[in-house]
Design a protein around this ligand. Structure first.
Ligand SMILES: [Zn+2]
Length: 70
């Protein structure tokens, strides 16, 4: 009974580490030519994803996963 639970825990931890590694690798660059009023456009150098933020600074996570799910 303990073995399947341990296996699931390992998979969850590995998946968590994988997704967070991806987010850390994401490098956002401001693209002022794409700004829309108060929204600032950012392009990810790593995966090419585009995102808009209303707050200061780049997005916190990568949008690549969102595109894949749609
Ligand atoms: Zn990215």
């Amino acid at each position: 009974m303990l073995i399947p639970i341990a296996l699931i825990a390992v998979i969850v931890v590995a998946w968590y580490a994988w997704t967070h590694r991806d987010v850390r690798r994401c490098r956002w660059r401001a693209d002022r030519t794409g700004d829309r009023r108060s929204l600032r456009k950012y392009t990810c150098v790593h995966c090419g994803a585009e995102a808009f933020t209303a707050s200061k600074g780049p997005p916190k996570d990568c949008k690549r996963g969102l595109d894949r799910r749609l």
